[in-house]
Write a protein that binds this ligand. Structure first.
Ligand code: SF4
Length: 232
């Protein structure tokens, strides 16, 4: 069952107080660079993506420039992200589609974003949220875990969790909810051994297996030192 709305607000308030302006850990300077970085981040870490894009973007950071490099031209840059053969093909296909159908600009509709090569629901949600300001919350493995453990949006599938989060997250938190939950899952509520004792949500979280610090043990009575008898 989902947490009480008062608890939900309290959770988001704490996350906001701890990190008022959450930022993606992906490095980018334009909406197109963000789209490329998010697309490349599938099945790999943001650190690997940043390693690749730090070299790629100074050489080519527009659909036309990347298309000119071609699949073989982008491959050496994408090696750090893994699956680079498929990702190179998708990246060039995406650039071609943007140029042919969208004048080189990012489309603002989900269906058009998801029709781009290499762009799935999660990537589209991130772009709709971060570029177009829509109340979308992309659910990855970290957000899925945090939403279920805390009780913010329990669900058996990422789509069920996404729908619950979008429906239940108060408007004032919708813009940043994705980043708060992602960063919390990545750095605090980790898959194995979550850092419950130091978690700012520990008293609000409904995870039955959370390991919170034990209350201070009652001090056992020290054995009384026998009073010395006053020498008469
Ligand atoms: S208390 Fe533990 S399980 Fe709950 S959100 Fe914090 S780290 Fe995750």
């Amino acid at each position: 069952m989902s947490v009480h709305p008062i608890t939900r607000r309290a959770i988001y308030r704490r996350l906001r107080a701890a990190n008022p302006e959450p930022r993606s850990e992906l490095q980018y300077t334009t909406p197109f660079e963000l789209l490329v970085a998010v697309m490349l981040s599938a099945h790999t870490t943001d650190k690997s993506v940043n390693t690749a894009t730090r070299r790629l973007f100074p050489v080519a950071n527009t659909p036309a420039a990347l298309l000119a490099l071609g699949i073989e031209g982008v491959k050496p840059y994408l090696k750090p992200v893994g699956l680079y053969n498929a990702k190179s093909r998708n990246l060039i296909g995406l650039c071609r589609r943007l140029l042919e159908q969208h004048n080189g600009r990012l489309p603002a509709r989900r269906a058009e974003l998801e029709a781009l090569p290499g762009v799935g629901r999660k990537t589209a949600s991130i772009i709709l949220n971060m570029v177009f300001g829509e109340a979308q919350i992309a659910v990855d493995t970290h957000i899925f875990r945090v939403a279920n453990r805390t009780g913010l949006a329990p669900g058996k599938t990422p789509l069920a969790v996404e729908r619950a989060l979008v429906a239940n997250t108060p408007e004032e938190f919708q813009r940043d909810a994705h980043h708060w939950l992602l960063l919390h899952g990545r750095h605090v509520c980790t898959a194995r051994a979550p850092h419950c004792p130091s978690c700012i949500l520990a008293d609000l979280c409904e995870y039955p297996h959370k390991s919170v610090a034990a209350p201070p043990a009652r001090r056992a009575h020290a054995p009384r030192t026998p009073r010395r008898r006053r020498a008469d």
